[in-house]
Design a binder for this molecule. Structure first.
Ligand SMILES: NC(=O)c1ccc[n+]([C@@H]2O[C@H](COP(=O)([O-])OP(=O)(O)OC[C@H]3O[C@@H](n4cnc5c(N)ncnc54)[C@H](OP(=O)(O)O)[C@@H]3O)[C@@H](O)[C@H]2O)c1
Length: 328
């Protein structure tokens, strides 16, 4: 199977390292970062591209753009792993549409296009006889989407709730463990690379909200946008609030919740007993799904990370190859 990769940052390089370490029979014939690209139908030398990028250079040739890779490379699947734009989804949305129009399957870790236009992208994929997979967009390594679409296919989901943002979970864990203020815990998260220079997207619950929109629209038959998510972040939480929870053998977690029948999507800090399965530490994610046949299931795992996110992307690629890519 041949793939083209757009984006050669944490996730793109994680995928490349896995392909170099494991013989999965996947060749990379197109690759681009924001300023360069390579097209090679015979297979790109991934080790050399990684070395160039890790040395601070571009991954390829400055004369080759991401659009060139999408339009001209010979590939079966486009792997779209560029930064998320939650307002327009671009330029990823355009690249994904173009690949689908070219009858190419698409695997993405990019939340923007899926949250903004899943119905349109899915219709385009169906019209062109290809698949669109997006496991890595929600909870990194946890195969939540696969579990809900395949394993729980016959179930009715009455509620889904959990910890969808590792950065907030790290901050809350540290505030509770050490009595740190929000600002101190955020500074620590930044130092360790868990929080961005501008943490708004995480700490205001936007990231968790987008993940709820993706689950609601792609699995739970709802039609929602980020504006439909009632959202409260963690920026106003005080060490005193955490201490109060502690006094009752509880703690505080930023919980995202969907109640499909009531049309409820919300993200807010909640007080929960310390023994609850959703009380995970550090940057972990955890999601409980209430299903009529299966009962309650809780999934816990790493919601981010280069190799962990690559795990979800590779799972989608092998799913597509198993079912849809002939002779590879
Ligand atoms: N990191 C995680 O753990 C994780 C987990 C789940 C989902 N995600 C999602 O996965 C995506 C990638 O995340 P990341 O952490 O790998 O981001 P990242 O480290 O910032 O890397 C982004 C890569 O995309 C490239 N890029 C930017 N604009 C581009 C364009 N228009 N065309 C082609 N390439 C472009 C960048 O180029 P330069 O190298 O030239 O800057 C960089 O190589 C994001 O949407 C993120 O939300 C990430």
């Amino acid at each position: 199977m041949r793939i083209a990769i757009l984006g050669f940052g944490s996730v793109g390089r994680g995928i490349a390292r896995v392909l170099l370490a494991k013989d999965l029979g996947i060749a990379v014939t197109g690759l681009a970062d924001s300023k360069s690209g390579i097209i090679d139908a015979g297979g790109i030398d991934l080790a050399a591209a990684l070395a160039r990028k890790e040395g601070g250079g571009p991954c390829g040739n400055p004369g080759v753009s991401p659009a060139d890779v999408v339009a001209k490379a010979k590939y079966d699947v486009l792997v779209e792993v560029t930064p998320t734009n939650v307002e327009t989804g671009e330029p990823a949305l355009g690249h994904i549409r173009e690949a689908l129009r070219r009858h190419k399957h698409v695997v993405t870790s990019n939340k923007g296009p899926i949250a903004l236009d899943y119905p349109g992208l899915r219709a385009l994929a169906e019209a062109n006889g290809v698949l669109l997979k997006y496991e890595a967009t929600v909870c990194g390594a946890i195969p939540l989407i696969h579990a809900m679409q395949e394993g729980l296919a016959g179930n009715t989901i009455s509620r889904l709730y959990g910890v969808f943002n590792g950065t907030c979970n790290y901050i809350l864990t540290r505030m509770a463990a050490e009595g740190l203020t929000y600002e101190q815990a955020l500074a620590e998260a930044r130092e360790l690379g868990y929080a961005e220079a501008d943490p708004t997207y995480d700490v205001e619950g936007i990231d968790a909200g987008i993940k709820l929109v993706i689950l609601a629209n792609t699995i739970l038959d709802l039609s929602t946008t980020l504006d439909d998510v009632e959202r409260t972040g963690i920026t106003l939480l005080s060490p005193e609030a955490l201490q109060l929870a502690e006094d009752q053998d509880c703690t505080i977690r930023l919980i995202g919740e969907i109640i499909p029948d009531a049309g409820v999507l919300r993200v807010s800090p909640r007080i929960i007993p310390k023994t609850h399965p959703l009380v995970v530490e550090g940057t972990l994610n955890a999601v409980t799904v209430e299903a009529d046949l299966a009962g309650d299931l809780t999934f816990i795992g790493k919601g981010a990370g280069s190799t962990e996110t690559a795990s979800a992307v590779i799972g989608d690629l092998l799913y597509i190859r198993e079912r849809y890519v002939k002779g590879s």
